[in-house]
Ligand binder design. Structure first.
Ligand code: T4K
Length: 383
């Protein structure tokens, strides 16, 4: 049998493999769009490519309107502002810090609520105990592209007469038998960051059924400007520019293939890890076509081998990520504003301390998936 060190040396990759790698179109595809920009000299401020991307996304996402933005974070802030909320917002701490920071930066108080062990989304059974007379909204996250328990969350919100705003940063391309998930609640916010299944380098968008809110968002993203001589509301600058739109138009042609390629990578991970004792994989949600944005595994063993596996993978050139650790409520900047005492959020704490997102992108080679799984099995089973 090969000595252990030789087996380990074989696993080391020459180039690091990160948790993700952005989808990039062939440069030739981008060139005609760049030529249009050079011809028109329109670089930003709702130019022709911006309009084309908006139309293409409305069609792809099956939504009546969309307001593009410079990032997912700015999209989140703009909609929180334009919904004119004031007070406490019930939300999940198991998310990227942007979700929580957006609330704080808009003068709102995040009230952290626990998540479900099944899919790591906000637990509807724990929401009502957090509602007070100051509650003004609920902000759940479709984390890892897993759809929240929207019917249950919205039923509670309706009973108390408060809106639901979804952080939908992870669900681009997720399809659902029961309707268009982005059209649920008051609004949904997408991220088109480079690390997402579909990207515009940086970028994001708000989707809402409410045409008035949509118009106010467009104004908010461009200084409130309604013409050369007036500004209707105190907006800022959160516009998507023409270069971002060009990248988006190219990537949109490939996103279905990217999702299919990612599905194949996830199927291989699942095949190689499904029988590993003490490892929890995401289950497919019934009636949902996943976009395979993330492949989180949760280590259930009492001794919690998460950090050991993380390090062993890194020693071999595989850079998994602890999305989402620490919980946002435990981050220094959030604690400074919200204080440390957030009440019991046991499931969120458990998952956050034990989760690892494995490398995942469409052209991740099967040999890397096999090596990653071999390393995990060896660490967990000693072989
Ligand atoms: N809400 C939720 C639930 C979110 O997850 C996010 C963003 C937002 C809101 C806010 O949306 P944006 O304002 O970002 O549009 C990354 C992303 O920056 C962030 O967009 C994303 N969530 C979050 C989950 O992940 P980091 O700090 O982990 O990124 P970084 O730079 O460490 O990238 C991860 C790996 O990806 C790198 O190790 C290498 C690879 N990579 C990254 C970039 C940027 C590349 O290969 N090329 C690249 O250009 O936050």
């Amino acid at each position: 049998m090969e000595p252990n060190w030789q087996r380990q040396r074989k696993d080391i990759v020459s180039k690091p493999i990160y948790v993700t790698r952005p989808l990039l179109p062939d440069r030739k595809e981008l060139e005609p769009l760049l030529a249009e920009i050079w011809d028109s000299h329109i670089l930003t401020n709702y130019g022709p490519l911006h309009t084309r991307l908006e139309d293409a996304l409305k069609h792809y996402l099956d939504v009546p309107q969309i307001s593009l933005c410079s990032s997912g974070h700015m999209a989140l802030e703009s909609v929180l502002r334009r919904m004119e909320l004031d007070g406490e917002v019930i939300t999940t701490p198991f998310t990227f810090v942007s979700t929580t920071n957006a609330l704080i930066r808009c003068g709102l108080k995040p009230i952290f609520c626990d998540i479900r062990m099944e899919d790591y989304t906000l637990d509807p059974d724990r929401i009502e105990e957090k509602i007070t007379e100051k509650t003004c909204a609920i902000l759940p996250v479709h984390v890892y592209g897993q759809l929240c328990r929207m019917d249950e969350i919205e039923a509670i919100a309706d009973r108390y007469g408060i809106p639901v705003l979804y952080d939908a940063a992870h669900i681009f391309g997720v399809r659902w038998d029961a309707g268009v998930p982005l059209l649920r609640g008051a609004a949904s916010v997408l991220s088109f960051h480079a690390t997402k299944v579909f990207h515009t380098i940086e970028g994001g968008a708000v989707v809402t059924r409410d045409a008035t809110l949509n118009r106010r968002l467009e104004l908010d993203h461009n200084h409130g400007i309604c013409g050369p001589e007036d500004s209707l509301l105190p907006g800022g600058n959160a516009k998507m520019n023409e270069f971002q739109a060009a990248m988006g138009l190219c990537n949109l042609n490939h996103v279905e293939q990217e999702i299919a390629n990612r599905a194949a990578v996830c199927a291989l991970y699942t095949e190689l890890l499904a029988d590993v004792a003490g490892l929890k994989l995401l289950r497919e949600q019934p009636g949902v076509r996943s976009n395979h944005g993330y492949f989180p595994v949760v280590f259930l063993a009492k001794e919690n081998p998460r950090d050991r596996v993380f390090l062993r993978l890194a020693q071999n050139g595989y850079y998994a990520r602890k999305y989402f650790y620490p919980l946002t409520c435990d981050m220094t900047g959030v604690r400074a504003v919200c204080g440390g005492d957030v009440g019991p959020i046991d499931t969120a704490r458990y998952v956050s301390q034990r989760v690892l997102c494995l490398p995942l992108y469409g052209d991740l080679e099967p040999r890397h998936v096999e090596t990653i799984c071999r390393i995990i099995r060896r660490e967990l089973q000693g072989r």
